[in-house]
Design a protein around this ligand. Structure first.
Ligand code: NDP
Length: 275
Protein backbone atom coordinates (compact mmCIF):
# COMPACT_ATOMS: atom_id res chain seq x y z
CA UNK A 1 0.00 0.00 0.00
CA UNK A 2 1.29 3.52 -0.80
CA UNK A 3 2.43 5.52 2.22
CA UNK A 4 0.55 8.82 2.73
CA UNK A 5 2.58 11.84 1.56
CA UNK A 6 3.79 14.07 4.37
CA UNK A 7 4.43 17.06 2.06
CA UNK A 8 2.02 19.25 0.15
CA UNK A 9 1.72 18.22 -3.51
CA UNK A 10 3.56 20.25 -6.17
CA UNK A 11 1.02 22.53 -7.85
CA UNK A 12 0.37 22.96 -11.57
CA UNK A 13 -2.39 24.67 -13.56
CA UNK A 14 -3.66 25.20 -17.06
CA UNK A 15 -4.20 28.93 -17.64
CA UNK A 16 -6.72 30.08 -20.23
CA UNK A 17 -9.87 32.07 -20.89
CA UNK A 18 -12.18 30.22 -21.11
CA UNK A 19 -10.63 27.23 -19.38
CA UNK A 20 -13.38 25.32 -17.55
CA UNK A 21 -13.75 22.92 -20.51
CA UNK A 22 -10.06 21.95 -20.48
CA UNK A 23 -9.22 18.23 -20.35
CA UNK A 24 -5.73 18.97 -19.03
CA UNK A 25 -6.58 18.45 -15.32
CA UNK A 26 -8.10 15.05 -16.15
CA UNK A 27 -5.02 14.05 -18.14
CA UNK A 28 -2.39 15.29 -15.66
CA UNK A 29 -4.19 13.91 -12.62
CA UNK A 30 -4.41 10.59 -14.47
CA UNK A 31 -0.70 10.69 -15.37
CA UNK A 32 0.12 11.47 -11.71
CA UNK A 33 -1.90 8.47 -10.47
CA UNK A 34 -0.29 6.21 -13.05
CA UNK A 35 3.29 7.29 -12.27
CA UNK A 36 2.90 7.81 -8.51
CA UNK A 37 3.87 11.49 -8.79
CA UNK A 38 2.60 13.66 -5.92
CA UNK A 39 1.03 16.69 -7.59
CA UNK A 40 -2.09 18.80 -7.82
CA UNK A 41 -3.34 20.14 -11.20
CA UNK A 42 -6.23 22.61 -11.59
CA UNK A 43 -7.61 25.13 -14.07
CA UNK A 44 -6.78 28.82 -13.65
CA UNK A 45 -9.03 31.36 -15.36
CA UNK A 46 -7.03 34.51 -16.08
CA UNK A 47 -8.68 37.80 -17.12
CA UNK A 48 -8.07 38.56 -20.81
CA UNK A 49 -5.77 41.44 -19.83
CA UNK A 50 -4.35 39.73 -16.75
CA UNK A 51 -2.19 36.80 -17.87
CA UNK A 52 1.14 38.06 -16.47
CA UNK A 53 -0.39 38.93 -13.09
CA UNK A 54 -2.06 35.53 -12.86
CA UNK A 55 1.25 33.78 -13.56
CA UNK A 56 3.18 35.91 -11.05
CA UNK A 57 0.57 35.28 -8.37
CA UNK A 58 0.69 31.55 -9.03
CA UNK A 59 4.51 31.57 -8.77
CA UNK A 60 4.31 33.59 -5.54
CA UNK A 61 2.10 30.93 -3.99
CA UNK A 62 4.58 28.16 -4.86
CA UNK A 63 3.30 27.01 -8.27
CA UNK A 64 5.78 24.78 -10.11
CA UNK A 65 4.51 24.93 -13.67
CA UNK A 66 1.64 25.75 -15.99
CA UNK A 67 0.13 24.81 -19.30
CA UNK A 68 -1.09 27.73 -21.36
CA UNK A 69 -4.06 27.64 -23.69
CA UNK A 70 -6.15 30.05 -25.79
CA UNK A 71 -5.66 33.03 -25.92
CA UNK A 72 -2.42 33.33 -23.94
CA UNK A 73 0.27 31.35 -25.81
CA UNK A 74 1.85 34.53 -27.22
CA UNK A 75 1.69 36.29 -23.84
CA UNK A 76 3.43 33.28 -22.32
CA UNK A 77 6.14 33.47 -24.97
CA UNK A 78 6.76 37.13 -24.14
CA UNK A 79 6.89 36.48 -20.39
CA UNK A 80 9.58 33.78 -20.45
CA UNK A 81 13.15 34.36 -19.35
CA UNK A 82 14.30 31.19 -21.17
CA UNK A 83 12.89 29.47 -24.28
CA UNK A 84 13.45 26.05 -25.82
CA UNK A 85 14.31 25.90 -29.53
CA UNK A 86 10.87 24.55 -30.39
CA UNK A 87 9.18 27.36 -28.44
CA UNK A 88 11.37 29.90 -30.20
CA UNK A 89 10.53 28.40 -33.60
CA UNK A 90 6.81 28.26 -32.77
CA UNK A 91 6.78 31.83 -31.44
CA UNK A 92 4.37 30.54 -28.80
CA UNK A 93 4.57 28.74 -25.45
CA UNK A 94 2.17 26.15 -24.07
CA UNK A 95 4.28 24.87 -21.15
CA UNK A 96 5.86 26.97 -18.41
CA UNK A 97 8.25 25.73 -15.72
CA UNK A 98 9.14 27.93 -12.74
CA UNK A 99 12.59 27.66 -11.18
CA UNK A 100 13.81 30.41 -8.85
CA UNK A 101 13.52 33.66 -10.79
CA UNK A 102 13.38 31.85 -14.13
CA UNK A 103 10.27 31.31 -16.23
CA UNK A 104 11.16 28.62 -18.74
CA UNK A 105 8.96 28.23 -21.84
CA UNK A 106 8.51 25.26 -24.14
CA UNK A 107 6.03 24.27 -26.82
CA UNK A 108 4.91 20.63 -26.79
CA UNK A 109 2.01 20.94 -29.28
CA UNK A 110 4.05 19.95 -32.34
CA UNK A 111 5.70 17.09 -30.48
CA UNK A 112 2.20 15.93 -29.53
CA UNK A 113 1.07 16.00 -33.15
CA UNK A 114 4.08 14.13 -34.51
CA UNK A 115 3.97 11.51 -31.74
CA UNK A 116 0.28 10.91 -32.34
CA UNK A 117 0.83 10.58 -36.09
CA UNK A 118 3.89 8.36 -35.95
CA UNK A 119 3.45 6.24 -32.84
CA UNK A 120 -0.29 6.10 -32.27
CA UNK A 121 -1.52 6.21 -35.87
CA UNK A 122 1.53 4.40 -37.31
CA UNK A 123 1.97 6.99 -40.07
CA UNK A 124 5.29 7.44 -41.81
CA UNK A 125 6.30 11.09 -42.27
CA UNK A 126 9.77 10.69 -43.80
CA UNK A 127 9.74 11.20 -47.59
CA UNK A 128 5.99 11.83 -47.56
CA UNK A 129 4.03 14.71 -49.07
CA UNK A 130 2.47 16.68 -46.23
CA UNK A 131 -0.06 19.51 -46.43
CA UNK A 132 -0.64 21.80 -43.45
CA UNK A 133 -3.85 23.81 -43.82
CA UNK A 134 -3.77 26.96 -41.68
CA UNK A 135 -1.06 29.35 -40.56
CA UNK A 136 -2.07 30.25 -37.01
CA UNK A 137 -0.41 29.31 -33.73
CA UNK A 138 -1.07 25.57 -34.01
CA UNK A 139 0.35 25.36 -37.54
CA UNK A 140 3.37 27.36 -36.48
CA UNK A 141 4.04 25.02 -33.56
CA UNK A 142 3.78 21.97 -35.83
CA UNK A 143 6.19 23.04 -38.55
CA UNK A 144 9.58 22.40 -36.90
CA UNK A 145 8.61 18.96 -35.48
CA UNK A 146 7.13 17.97 -38.87
CA UNK A 147 10.15 19.17 -40.85
CA UNK A 148 12.47 17.34 -38.44
CA UNK A 149 10.86 14.12 -39.76
CA UNK A 150 12.26 14.92 -43.24
CA UNK A 151 9.12 14.85 -45.40
CA UNK A 152 9.65 14.93 -49.17
CA UNK A 153 7.72 18.19 -49.25
CA UNK A 154 5.64 20.24 -46.85
CA UNK A 155 3.09 22.66 -48.28
CA UNK A 156 1.33 25.32 -46.19
CA UNK A 157 -2.03 26.55 -47.47
CA UNK A 158 -3.94 29.28 -45.71
CA UNK A 159 -6.91 31.57 -46.32
CA UNK A 160 -4.66 34.61 -45.76
CA UNK A 161 -1.85 33.86 -48.17
CA UNK A 162 0.57 36.41 -46.67
CA UNK A 163 0.67 34.42 -43.41
CA UNK A 164 1.41 31.17 -45.25
CA UNK A 165 4.23 32.86 -47.18
CA UNK A 166 5.68 34.31 -43.99
CA UNK A 167 5.79 30.88 -42.36
CA UNK A 168 7.33 29.28 -45.45
CA UNK A 169 10.08 31.92 -45.39
CA UNK A 170 10.68 31.63 -41.66
CA UNK A 171 10.95 27.83 -41.67
CA UNK A 172 12.78 27.35 -44.98
CA UNK A 173 16.05 26.65 -43.14
CA UNK A 174 14.53 23.48 -41.63
CA UNK A 175 13.43 21.63 -44.77
CA UNK A 176 11.62 21.57 -48.11
CA UNK A 177 8.49 23.68 -47.72
CA UNK A 178 6.49 26.20 -49.67
CA UNK A 179 3.26 28.15 -49.43
CA UNK A 180 0.27 27.63 -51.72
CA UNK A 181 -3.18 29.04 -52.25
CA UNK A 182 -6.02 26.55 -51.69
CA UNK A 183 -7.04 26.60 -55.34
CA UNK A 184 -3.48 25.98 -56.60
CA UNK A 185 -2.89 22.79 -54.63
CA UNK A 186 -2.00 19.99 -57.02
CA UNK A 187 -1.84 16.22 -56.68
CA UNK A 188 -2.70 14.14 -53.66
CA UNK A 189 -0.95 14.27 -50.28
CA UNK A 190 0.04 11.44 -47.94
CA UNK A 191 -0.86 13.44 -44.83
CA UNK A 192 -3.18 16.47 -44.66
CA UNK A 193 -3.32 18.31 -41.34
CA UNK A 194 -6.17 20.71 -40.72
CA UNK A 195 -4.63 23.31 -38.40
CA UNK A 196 -7.37 25.87 -39.02
CA UNK A 197 -10.06 26.68 -36.50
CA UNK A 198 -12.71 26.31 -39.25
CA UNK A 199 -14.07 23.04 -37.83
CA UNK A 200 -15.08 24.83 -34.63
CA UNK A 201 -17.73 26.70 -36.65
CA UNK A 202 -18.44 23.67 -38.89
CA UNK A 203 -16.78 25.31 -41.87
CA UNK A 204 -14.65 23.61 -44.47
CA UNK A 205 -11.65 25.35 -46.06
CA UNK A 206 -12.16 25.32 -49.88
CA UNK A 207 -9.68 22.53 -50.64
CA UNK A 208 -9.59 20.80 -54.06
CA UNK A 209 -10.88 17.22 -53.80
CA UNK A 210 -7.87 15.90 -55.77
CA UNK A 211 -5.64 16.34 -52.70
CA UNK A 212 -7.28 13.28 -51.08
CA UNK A 213 -6.72 9.68 -52.09
CA UNK A 214 -7.34 6.33 -50.43
CA UNK A 215 -4.02 6.27 -48.61
CA UNK A 216 -4.21 9.88 -47.40
CA UNK A 217 -4.46 10.45 -43.66
CA UNK A 218 -6.64 13.54 -43.10
CA UNK A 219 -5.92 14.76 -39.58
CA UNK A 220 -7.98 17.46 -37.86
CA UNK A 221 -6.21 19.10 -34.90
CA UNK A 222 -9.62 19.80 -33.45
CA UNK A 223 -11.29 16.96 -31.57
CA UNK A 224 -14.95 16.36 -30.87
CA UNK A 225 -17.35 13.55 -29.96
CA UNK A 226 -18.33 13.23 -33.62
CA UNK A 227 -16.07 13.38 -36.71
CA UNK A 228 -15.48 17.01 -37.67
CA UNK A 229 -16.75 18.41 -40.95
CA UNK A 230 -13.19 18.24 -42.32
CA UNK A 231 -12.99 14.55 -41.41
CA UNK A 232 -16.40 13.86 -42.95
CA UNK A 233 -15.42 15.65 -46.15
CA UNK A 234 -12.07 13.83 -46.37
CA UNK A 235 -13.70 10.45 -45.71
CA UNK A 236 -16.26 11.10 -48.45
CA UNK A 237 -13.29 11.42 -50.85
CA UNK A 238 -11.75 8.15 -49.72
CA UNK A 239 -9.23 9.36 -47.12
CA UNK A 240 -8.55 7.87 -43.68
CA UNK A 241 -9.24 10.28 -40.84
CA UNK A 242 -8.14 11.06 -37.31
CA UNK A 243 -8.88 13.93 -34.92
CA UNK A 244 -6.60 15.82 -32.52
CA UNK A 245 -7.41 14.00 -29.28
CA UNK A 246 -4.18 12.00 -29.44
CA UNK A 247 -2.25 15.23 -30.06
CA UNK A 248 -3.77 16.69 -26.90
CA UNK A 249 -2.82 13.60 -24.89
CA UNK A 250 0.74 13.53 -26.25
CA UNK A 251 1.42 17.25 -25.75
CA UNK A 252 0.25 16.84 -22.15
CA UNK A 253 2.50 13.79 -21.65
CA UNK A 254 5.49 15.74 -22.96
CA UNK A 255 4.72 18.63 -20.55
CA UNK A 256 4.42 16.12 -17.69
CA UNK A 257 7.82 14.70 -18.65
CA UNK A 258 9.39 18.19 -18.70
CA UNK A 259 8.09 18.88 -15.20
CA UNK A 260 8.52 15.52 -13.51
CA UNK A 261 11.20 13.68 -15.51
CA UNK A 262 8.84 10.71 -15.83
CA UNK A 263 7.11 9.75 -19.08
CA UNK A 264 3.54 8.55 -18.60
CA UNK A 265 2.15 5.65 -20.64
CA UNK A 266 -0.37 7.41 -22.87
CA UNK A 267 -2.23 4.46 -24.40
CA UNK A 268 -4.87 4.25 -21.62
CA UNK A 269 -5.76 7.91 -22.24
CA UNK A 270 -6.21 7.67 -25.99
CA UNK A 271 -9.67 6.11 -25.60
CA UNK A 272 -11.14 9.30 -24.00
CA UNK A 273 -12.93 7.27 -21.35
CA UNK A 274 -12.03 7.65 -17.69
CA UNK A 275 -9.07 5.41 -16.85
P1 NDP B 1 -5.45 30.49 -34.66
O1 NDP B 1 -6.59 31.40 -34.33
O2 NDP B 1 -4.06 30.89 -34.29
O3 NDP B 1 -5.42 30.25 -36.26
C1 NDP B 1 -6.60 29.94 -36.93
C2 NDP B 1 -6.30 29.50 -38.36
O4 NDP B 1 -7.50 29.02 -38.93
C3 NDP B 1 -5.78 30.59 -39.28
O5 NDP B 1 -4.86 30.04 -40.20
C4 NDP B 1 -7.07 31.03 -40.00
O6 NDP B 1 -6.84 31.59 -41.28
C5 NDP B 1 -7.76 29.72 -40.16
N1 NDP B 1 -9.22 29.80 -40.32
C6 NDP B 1 -10.13 30.18 -39.39
N2 NDP B 1 -11.38 30.07 -39.89
C7 NDP B 1 -11.25 29.62 -41.17
C8 NDP B 1 -12.17 29.29 -42.21
N3 NDP B 1 -13.50 29.44 -42.03
N4 NDP B 1 -11.68 28.86 -43.40
C9 NDP B 1 -10.35 28.71 -43.58
N5 NDP B 1 -9.43 29.00 -42.63
C10 NDP B 1 -9.88 29.45 -41.44
O7 NDP B 1 -5.85 29.07 -34.04
P2 NDP B 1 -4.86 27.93 -33.54
O8 NDP B 1 -3.79 27.79 -34.54
O9 NDP B 1 -4.48 28.16 -32.13
O10 NDP B 1 -5.82 26.63 -33.53
C11 NDP B 1 -6.19 25.98 -34.74
C12 NDP B 1 -6.90 24.68 -34.43
O11 NDP B 1 -6.01 23.76 -33.80
C13 NDP B 1 -8.11 24.81 -33.48
O12 NDP B 1 -9.14 23.98 -33.95
C14 NDP B 1 -7.57 24.30 -32.16
O13 NDP B 1 -8.61 23.76 -31.37
C15 NDP B 1 -6.63 23.20 -32.65
N6 NDP B 1 -5.58 22.87 -31.68
C16 NDP B 1 -5.55 21.57 -31.19
C17 NDP B 1 -4.60 21.19 -30.29
C18 NDP B 1 -4.60 19.78 -29.79
O14 NDP B 1 -3.84 19.48 -28.84
N7 NDP B 1 -5.38 18.89 -30.36
C19 NDP B 1 -3.57 22.13 -29.79
C20 NDP B 1 -3.67 23.45 -30.39
C21 NDP B 1 -4.65 23.78 -31.27
P3 NDP B 1 -6.48 33.17 -41.47
O15 NDP B 1 -5.02 33.28 -41.19
O16 NDP B 1 -6.81 33.42 -42.87
O17 NDP B 1 -7.33 33.92 -40.48
Amino acid sequence: MNQPHSQQPDRYVVIGNPVAHSKSPWLHQGFARQTGEHLDYQTLLAPLDGFNTAVQQFIATGGKGANVTVPFKLDAYALCTQLSERARAAGAVNTLSFSGQEIIGDNTDGHGLVTDLQRNAGVELKNQRILVVGAGGAARGALLPLLTCAPAELVIANRSMDKARLLADQFSQYGNLRASEFTRLQGSFDVIINATSASISAQMPPLPVAIFNQSTLAYDMMYADQPTIFMQHAASHGANTRDGWGMLVEQAAEAFYLWRGVRPETSPFLQRNPV
